[in-house]
Design a protein around this ligand. Structure first.
Ligand code: NDP
Ligand code: HSE
Length: 440
C-alpha cells in the first residue's frame, strides 16, 4: 500500500521531535501501521531552520495554508500552538477532508466542541494524545482502556514546568525565576509561560480529560484555575513537617450536591500525603491517577513534556489514524470516548460547592485563648480538625504561626470560617488556605 502523506505545521520543539522519531523508527512504525507514514510537507515561519531540520527530505513552505489545501496530504499535524492561526488551519484541514493530529490543548479545551463537530460532520479524525501529559498515553487509557468503568475521579500532575519548578525549589533551593528559566531552556514551557505557572495549561488538560472521562462537552471557562505563583516556601516546609508534599494538581471529579450530580473541575496547589506514589513525582515528570468503579485506582506516569516524549504521542496518533483511515467513520472510536449523541450536560460545580480538606496557616499573637478562638470557629462550622502544628515564636517575637489541617468540608464553609478567623484581633493578616486531597 502507498505511504500515507502527512503535512506538518510548525517544526519547533515538538515538530522537530516528531520529524526525527518518525524518521528514526520508520521501519518499526510501518510494521505497526501497515503502511508507511511520510511527512512530505512542512510549514514553518522560519523556513531556513525548517530546511536544516528536514535536510531536503520534504517540501518546506512558509504558508501553512499550502499544506492544509494540498490535495495529496492525508493527515495534517498541527504543532504551531495557540488558538489563533492554529484554529483556522485545523478547521480548514477538516473542511478539506483531512485527518488532524494536534498537541494543542489550549485549542481543544477552548474550541474543541466546534472542532469535533466539524470533524464528525466531515467524517475525519482529530487525534490529540499529545495534548495531555505529553508522552503518557492517558487519552488512550481513558477513552479505550477504561471504557468499562464509570470513572469517579482523576487527579493529575499534568504540567511539567510547574512540577519541575516546585521540585527544583524544594530539592535545590532554587529561586522560582531561575527554575522557570531552566524549564524554558529545556523546552517544557509554553510559548507564554504564564500559561504554565498560573495553572492555565493544566486546566486545559484537565478540561480535556473531564470531557473524555464523563462524556461532557469541553468547558474550560468553568474550570477553577489557581497557579503556583503565590505559593510560599514556608507552606512547602510546613506541609513536609506534617507529612505532605505540595503539587499543582488538575482534578476532575464526580460529586453530588443536594442530590444533584455535578463535576468538580479544578486546578490548584494541593497537599498530598507524601506516602502516595504521585506525591513523589519529581521534575518535569507527569502522573495521572484515575479512579474507575470497576478497576479502582490506576496510575499513569511518564514524561509530560519535551520534544521526543511528546513526539511519541503524536506518532501514536498518526499510526492510529493510518490504521483506521479506510474504516467507516461510524465504526471508529468516538473523539471524546462517548458517542456524540450520548454526551450529557452534567454541570460543572461552582468552587463554593466543591468538597475537600484544607491546610490553613495563620500568623497569630502568642496569647492564651487564641487557639481556642480559632478552633471554636471551625467547630461552629462543623469543620473537624485532622492535625495541628503550633510553632514556637522566634527569639524576641510575640507572634507565631499556627497550621491546621481540616477534614473534608465544602469550600463555602471554609471561606466563611476564614473570614471569621481574619476578623479576630489576634490573627495577623490573611489566613493562607491550600486544598488537601488524600487521594485514597
Ligand atoms: P514551538 O514554539 O517550539 O514550535 C512552534 C513552531 O510553529 C515554531 O517553529 C514556529 O515558528 C512555528 N509557527 C508559528 N506560527 C506559524 C505559522 N503561522 N505557520 C507555520 N509555522 C508557525 O512550540 P512547541 O513545539 O513547544 O509546541 C507546539 C504545540 O505542542 C503547542 O500547542 C504546545 O502546547 C504543544 N505541546 C508542547 C509540548 C512541549 O513539551 N513543548 C508538550 C505537549 C504539547 P517560529 O519559531 O519561527 O515562530
Ligand atoms: N508546557 C507544558 C508543560 C508542556 O510544562 O507540561 C506539555 O504540555
Amino acid at each position: 500500500m502507498k505511504p500515507i502523506k502527512v503535512g506538518l505545521l510548525g517544526i519547533g520543539t515538538v515538530g522537530a521531535g516528531t520529524f526525527n522519531v518518525l524518521k528514526r523508527n520508520q521501519q518499526e512504525i510501518t510494521r505497526r501501521a501497515g503502511r508507511g507514514i511520510e511527512i512530505t510537507m512542512v510549514a514553518d515561519l522560519n523556513t531556513e531552520r525548517a530546511r536544516e531540520l528536514t535536510n531536503g527530505e520534504c517540501e518546506v513552505v512558509s504558508d501553512a495554508n499550502l499544506v492544509v489545501n494540498h490535495p495529496d496530504i492525508d493527515i495534517v499535524i498541527e504543532l504551531i500552538g495557540g488558538y489563533g492561526i492554529a484554529k483556522d488551519l485545523v478547521l480548514k484541514a477538516i473542511a478539506n477532508g483531512k485527518h488532524v493530529v494536534t498537541a494543542n490543548k489550549a485549542l481543544l479545551a477552548t474550541h474543541g466542541n466546534e472542532i469535533f463537530k466539524a470533524a464528525q460532520d466531515q467524517g475525519v479524525m482529530v487525534a490529540f494524545e499529545a495534548a495531555v501529559a505529553g508522552g503518557i498515553p492517558i487519552i488512550k487509557a481513558l477513552r479505550e482502556g477504561l471504557t468499562a468503568n464509570r470513572i469517579e475521579w482523576i487527579a493529575g500532575i499534568i504540567n511539567g514546568t510547574t512540577n519541575f519548578i516546585l521540585s527544583e525549589m524544594r530539592d535545590k533551593g532554587l529561586d522560582f525565576d531561575v527554575a522557570l528559566k531552566e524549564a524554558q531552556r529545556l523546552g517544557y514551557a509554553e510559548a507564554d509561560p504564564t500559561f504554565d505557572i498560573e495553572g492555565i495549561d493544566a486546566a486545559h488538560k484537565a478540561t480535556i480529560m473531564a470531557a473524555i472521562a464523563f462524556g461532557i462537552p469541553m468547558q474550560f471557562e468553568k474550570a477553577y484555575v489557581e497557579g503556583i505563583t503565590t505559593l510560599q516556601a514556608t507552606d512547602i516546609l510546613y506541609a513536609e513537617e506534617l507529612g505532605y508534599r505540595i503539587k499543582l494538581l488538575g482534578i476532575a471529579k464526580r460529586a453530588h450536591v443536594n442530590g444533584q450530580e455535578g463535576i468538580e473541575l479544578r486546578v490548584h496547589p494541593t497537599l498530598i500525603p507524601e506516602k502516595r506514589l504521585i506525591a513523589n513525582v519529581e521534575g518535569a515528570m507527569n502522573a495521572v491517577l484515575v479512579h474507575g468503579d470497576a478497576v479502582g485506582a490506576t496510575l499513569y506516569y511518564g514524561k509530560g513534556a519535551g520534544a521526543e516524549p511528546t513526539a511519541s504521542a503524536v506518532i501514536a496518533d498518526l499510526v492510529d489514524i493510518t490504521r483506521l483511515a479506510t474504516a467507516d467513520p461510524e465504526h471508529r472510536v468516538p473523539h471524546l470516548a462517548f458517542q456524540p449523541d450520548a454526551m450529557t450536560d452534567t454541570p460543572i460545580l461552582p468552587m463554593s460547592e466543591i468538597t475537600t480538606s484544607y491546610y490553613l496557616r495563620m500568623h497569630v499573637a502568642d496569647l492564651p485563648g487564641v487557639l481556642a478562638d480559632v478552633t471554636r470557629i471551625l467547630a461552629d462550622a462543623s469543620i473537624s480538625i485532622d492535625a495541628m502544628l503550633q510553632k514556637e515564636p522566634a527569639e524576641g517575637e510575640s507572634q507565631t504561626d499556627i497550621v491546621i489541617l481540616t477534614h473534608q468540608t465544602q469550600e463555602k464553609n471554609i471561606v466563611a470560617a476564614i473570614a471569621k478567623m481574619e476578623a479576630l484581633s489576634t490573627v495577623v493578616g490573611k489566613v493562607i488556605k491550600i486544598r488537601l486531597e488524600e487521594l485514597s
